[in-house]
Design a protein around this ligand. Sequence first.
Ligand SMILES: *[C@@H]1O[C@H](CO)[C@@H](O)[C@H](O)[C@H]1NC(C)=O
Ligand SMILES: *[C@@H]1O[C@H](CO)[C@@H](O)[C@H](O)[C@H]1NC(C)=O
Ligand SMILES: *[C@@H]1O[C@H](CO)[C@@H](O)[C@H](O)[C@H]1NC(C)=O
Ligand SMILES: *[C@@H]1O[C@H](CO)[C@@H](O)[C@H](O)[C@H]1NC(C)=O
Ligand SMILES: *[C@@H]1O[C@H](CO)[C@@H](O)[C@H](O)[C@H]1NC(C)=O
Length: 738
Amino acid sequence: MWLTGRVAAVFSLAALAPGESQKRRKPLFESDDHYVMLNDDWRNSFYRRALARALPECGKDCFVLDVGAGSGLLSMIAASLGAPQVLAIEANKDLAALAIDTVAQNRPLNFPTSNVTIVAELSSKVHPDVLPGGRKADLLVTETFGTMLMGEGANNFVPDARDRLLKEGGKIVPSGGCQMATLVESHELASVTSATNWGGFDLSRLNILRDTVYWKMTMGHTKVQFTALSERVCVLGFNIYKDYRSTVPDNQTFRIQATRPGTVHAILFDWDVWADDTKADNMSTAPGTREFAGDVAWGYLLQLQEAQNEDWSYEPFPRFLEVKKGDELDLGVEYIAAGISMHAKIRPAPAAGSTHAAAPPTSVGTPKRLLGKKRSDIVESNEYHLPLAGDGERNAFYEGALSFALAQNRTKNANPTVLDCTGGAGIAALLAAKKHGLESMLLSPNQEYVRAFKEVIEANKLEDKVQAYAAPPSLFMESLLPQGERMDVVVLDIPGTPLHGNSPFSVLADVRKQILKPNGAVVPSGACFEVGLVESLELAQMFSVPSGTRWSPSSSGKWTDIELEIWNTEARKRSVFNQLVPYTKWFGAGSNMTWRWLTPPLCAFEVDFQTYGFKDAPPEEVKESVLALNPAKFAGRGHAVVAQWVVWASPDTRRATLSPDSESGYFGRGLTWPHYAQALAVPTPNNEGPLEAPRLEAGEVKHLKVVVRQGKGKQMYHPGPEFELTLLPPEWEKSTEL
Ligand SMILES: *[C@@H]1O[C@H](CO)[C@@H](O)[C@H](O)[C@H]1NC(C)=O
Ligand SMILES: *[C@@H]1O[C@H](CO)[C@@H](O)[C@H](O)[C@H]1NC(C)=O
Ligand SMILES: *[C@@H]1O[C@H](CO)[C@@H](O)[C@H](O)[C@H]1NC(C)=O
Ligand SMILES: *[C@@H]1O[C@H](CO)[C@@H](O)[C@H](O)[C@H]1NC(C)=O
Ligand SMILES: *[C@@H]1O[C@H](CO)[C@@H](O)[C@H](O)[C@H]1NC(C)=O
């Protein structure tokens, strides 16, 4: 045995299972975005400035109430600015417990004479009698805003806390805010949400899947350009001193003007919140105003648009609205659950005298093509199928891979049949029919996607060659196969897509059992799980309060003077250093996250899909990857091990691969194909103490132990192999045991 318990314990990076996790394992920050909030310097500084101005007016025994306190950071900021009494209300018991420990650690250093108390309770359940000294608060501070300003329900419980727990005339920080909406043009956004033509095929019928009402894309910290085509309009103002849930209307219509010519692809929703009624100091989620952590915590939303008629009716087939500078438009907004969410639409302003001129009440309505459709299928189509349909490089890869598989002629059939199980635009099925003159079939569990693909078949006049069925391969009926004979070639998605698609690992066994000939060919032909070391302070901000932050370059686990190391200990406890977590978006071509490979990604484990699934794989294999840092370059901090699946068309032409990084910088690749990241930290005794990313020197060689578990060896039961990665410490490399 070359791995001892001692080493595993000292440098505990035991890891996970990337796999296309059926369990939908989410990055820590998504289920608990408090790390990015703690690292959001702008948010924290905004509150500190606002409190520093408000507290002197509040007097010597100012009692501050923090509603929805989370980590307790705002309470600690208030106390360190001199508030003698702070009550923090946080309904989440785990968060409240962490806040209690964090406050206890900071009291002697930062607010020795203040009394900061945490109550683990819903604010609506806190009775005024239990307030310290039986008196109501002098100042209420809250940060309970979502990506949509009211997305966390601030207009629900904040007015209640204000009315019951704040004294008459008490101060509120912030004083109010506005949910903003702007018409935007973004050709990159359009490219991932609208199918056009590829390889001589008209794919545009897939656009019946485009959801211009319910689905919204969350974006942030992006290189994708948006051009505003209108003013930024306040569509929902919220005065925290006065407003109620009931003050939010059901709907509203705003008359706006196009400020420049262009194509309206989407409405962008972002917000501003102001410190006080002067509105001189504000916090905003507008694109380009935030650093990375703030954009991960909040970001902004995009609702796709389509041309609507004067009477707010939709055309049968969606198209984007073109506007000229000065065009008058009506922006109709429908508020969902008192503004927790909202939908917005535009129509050309009806001419004076038109029967539609006085048309409000606004009817955002739903286009007929989306009525009565299965919502989850439509969401999946917008998040997965449409971005894939626009990925020309991916289509070209499948074109080459299919030609290779056919040329191999494994089944010795003069007229082989092709089964396309990919999520893209059914390119393999279309190519098999048109380019190779063969019969093909597309199979997908997504009914709406199959319905749209049937229209694509018609539009390309391939009805006699291509069939499509809405069924998962495991439930497919053999009797529906062409000529009742099993298929010769099967085309599958990429391994590793965590949420969607027919990955070889999840469907190949069923496909072999009932649809594919025993010697049939599989596309792609093989795949590799690549690993490398990555430096990215921004990535580290998603799961820790790292050292080397901009405002505090030398200290780990702090925001200014406030000690947050407890959060790093918590990250260790929750095993963020033991799991490979899939990330779409932040590593992709559309992201502004700063990251770089310190060691080039190397193949750590290879799979041959022509043989995968025939025999039981060994339950456990141990491999070693040698990761060499460039000798010529300054190295850096290894914040994470990053892994990715790459695939190839044939075992001999491994250079013709496809990876999560698009060569042309196609934005949609990063949305559909994840990287996996596992945090790294310098080992400490008992896994305690300050958290530091290992410093890696130029020319250094690191050894990564890769344990691959399959079949009976699996612990997480994800489809496909599970991986446990352990970066071995330098002592180990010198050890003779190796
Ligand atoms: C601190 O405040 C709590 C109520 O929030 C109160 O029960 C406690 O007695 C106070 N402690 C001191 C030392 O004043
Ligand atoms: C927010 O503050 C910035 C300057 O910090 C200013 O340019 C902007 O106009 C303000 N926004 C609002 C809505 O007051
Ligand atoms: C994103 O990066 C581009 C350059 O790649 C830069 O021009 C832009 O300002 C950045 N945006 C943000 C929000 O950082
Ligand atoms: C819009 O709001 C008005 C006033 O609340 C209401 O009467 C009307 O039914 C609403 N229209 C729609 C389409 O929801
Ligand atoms: C495949 O093999 C069969 C039988 O040997 C042959 O008839 C056919 O032409 C071959 N097809 C191709 C594309 O090589």
